[in-house]
Unconditional design. Structure first.
Length: 147
């Protein structure tokens, strides 16, 4: 395999991360990160010195949080996202996050051994929002194979 799958997803919190409204979400972050790291096909995840990505800046909006990770395959990421304990957090997202009208996640292929950056992920997500699924940025609904 010459490629890995990168993903970015963003969300806008209903309140700052230290607000009691968000406490239940924040409390789950270490366990979900550990679950990801122990999942088959996991390669890498974005994190700051604190060990998570909640304090990594996406843009100038302090309520936007970003998550990025790299996986060996679409199937591995899909399994973690929708068939693990992560799915429960995903289903509860309305308790902590605004409903986003624009696309908030996308996928793309990267060479094995490379690590995506937040600016790269942001550019891919903006491309996906503007052009829909393409080889540059796609979703689970329409996967493009690596070139």
């Amino acid at each position: 395999m010459h490629h890995h799958l990168a993903q970015i997803n963003i969300a806008r919190l209903l309140a700052p991360v230290d607000d009691p409204l968000i406490a239940e979400f924040v409390a789950q972050i270490p366990a979900i990160n550990a679950l990801a790291e122990g999942s088959p096909g996991f390669v890498w995840r974005l994190q700051s010195d604190a060990g998570n990505a909640i304090d990594v800046s996406y843009d100038d909006d302090p309520l936007i949080i970003v998550n990025m990770s790299v996986w060996e395959s679409v199937a591995a990421l899909r399994e973690f996202s929708y068939r693990s304990q992560h799915a429960g957090v995903f289903r509860e997202r309305g308790k902590w996050f605004e409903k986003m009208e624009a696309a908030h996640m996308c996928l793309w292929w990267i060479p094995v051994g490379s690590v995506p950056t937040v600016p790269e992920g942001k550019a891919r997500l903006e491309h996906f929002r503007k052009f829909g699924p393409t080889a540059m940025a796609f979703s689970f609904a329409r996967v493009f194979e690596p070139e």
